[in-house]
Design a protein around this ligand. Structure first.
Ligand code: HEM
Length: 401
């Protein structure tokens, strides 16, 4: 059995629309009670976002770029994809009804097994000609981060039974998972897609430069995990690792930026005007993220930010929506896997700017002890509705595509 590529893409875009609905529902609950359990909807939103939208979009992208050519592999991929979708639909049904309980745990565990199956498939079946490319090497490490992130959910079971959900290790296991998802898996795949794009234009980082870039990048990904445990006010050694990791990430980004700048004269021919704008915006979002990350590694900032839910959610969504979602939409569009026009892209960016500004505003106001303007939650809800418009247009456009 085999499905056309557009079906795979439509499925992930459908999840994107669904998580926007769930996110808006969560924000509506701060304005008006709507009779759903906040916790259950939050679990549904976060699982469908990371596993439904981001994961499905990435595996289809990796499949299309590195594997699809061989007929035999198409059937195998279809099997893996369908098995994964069953687990995602299972989570979509069980999380709103029962939250974290037997059936949702079974489906999320089966999902993890399907993701290992995909990782094995990818590493074995990638086109032999691509195996020496920098983009493949980076994509492969992206999959290692995906596997590493799953240590978080596996350890939750042990922590729950031995230490209880109020233990700091419970929170750290979730932060471990989130960190290796957005800083590891998602970011590395976005970077691998960028290298693939360069290679398609016959531009490739030299062996030495790629090695340097990879070493800085991977050490930085490991070390910046320690930012997630700064809320526990650990020893200064841990702060040192967090700051060191953030600086290394800036250096890694600098290497790639400099290389892109040098190759720009040749590279710019591969982009339309619209794509160039999107790439600049993506670069800016990335730059802002690594600066925020560096600030968050210092004790003064870390102590106040870690306790501030709005800043944590604002920072996480900067990564999920700015780098993950916007980055994936850019590459899906660039590789002609989805249709994306200026209208919905700019509406999406408007929603991103408005919601991030409101989240950081609340965080800062709480820091300085000021008062929120009245109807703050109503405005946050309305700003989030703009995402519904953007993702709705993307979904409908791709249904018709
Ligand atoms: C499309 C627009 C989105 C909206 C309106 C939205 C909204 C929200 C809201 C209101 C929360 C709960 C915050 C709280 O309890 O304080 C949340 C949590 C979360 N969202 Fe989103 N979200 C969106 C997109 C995404 C995307 C694209 C991802 C991932 C790819 C994502 C992943 C998460 C995760 C993992 C959490 C849980 C964070 C935690 O509990 O620490 N969201 N989101």
């Amino acid at each position: 059995m085999e499905l056309p590529l557009k079906i795979y893409n439509r499925i992930s875009i459908f999840y994107l629309f669904c998580i926007a609905i769930l996110g808006v529902l969560l924000r509506l609950m701060f304005v008006n009670p709507v009779g759903f359990s906040y916790k259950n909807i939050l679990h549904t939103h976060s699982h469908i976002a990371l596993l439904g939208w981001v994961y499905s979009a990435i595996v289809v992208l990796l499949y299309q770029l590195f594997i699809r050519k061989k007929y035999r592999n198409r059937k195998k991929f279809c099997k893996i994809f369908i098995a994964t979708q069953i687990t995602i639909i299972g989570m979509f049904i069980t999380f709103p009804i029962q939250g974290y309980a037997l059936f949702s745990i079974i489906f999320s565990t089966l999902f993890l097994l399907c993701s290992y199956w995909f990782a094995y498939f990818f590493i074995r079946k990638t086109d032999i000609k691509l195996k020496n490319s920098n983009s493949y090497k980076l994509a492969k490490t992206g999959l290692y981060y995906l596997i590493l992130s799953s240590v978080g959910p596996w350890s939750l079971g042990i922590i729950m039974t031995k230490l209880g959900a109020s233990s700091p290790w419970y929170k750290n296991a979730i932060y471990f998972y989130l960190h290796f998802q957005y800083n590891g898996w998602i970011t590395v795949i976005i970077l691998a897609c960028f290298l693939y794009l360069l290679e398609k234009s016959n531009i490739s980082l030299s062996k030495n430069l790629f090695k340097k870039f990879s070493v800085f990048l991977h050490i930085s990904i490991i070390f910046t995990f320690f930012i997630s445990v700064l809320w526990m006010k650990p020893t200064s050694f841990i702060y040192g690792l967090a700051v060191g990791g953030s600086i290394l990430q800036i250096i890694a980004f600098g290497i790639l930026l400099k290389f892109t700048q040098i190759s720009w004269k040749h590279l710019k021919k591969s982009f339309s005007k619209f794509q160039k704008q999107l790439l600049f915006i993506l670069g800016f979002i990335f730059l802002a993220k690594i600066i925020m990350q560096l600030l968050g590694s210092f004790p003064n900032f870390a102590n106040s930010m870690a306790l501030d839910r709005e800043i944590v959610i604002g920072y996480l969504h900067w990564n999920f929506l700015g780098i993950g979602t916007f980055g994936l939409l850019f590459f899906l569009q660039y590789f002609k896997m989805i249709k994306l026009k200026q209208l919905e892209t700019y509406i999406f960016l408007l929603a991103f700017i408005l919601t991030e500004a409101l989240l950081f505003y609340k965080g800062l106001i709480l820091q300085i002890g000021g008062n929120l303007f009245s109807s703050y939650f109503l405005y946050l809800f309305l700003a989030s509705c703009v995402f519904l418009l953007a993702t709705g247009i993307i979904f409908i456009r791709n249904l018709r595509h």
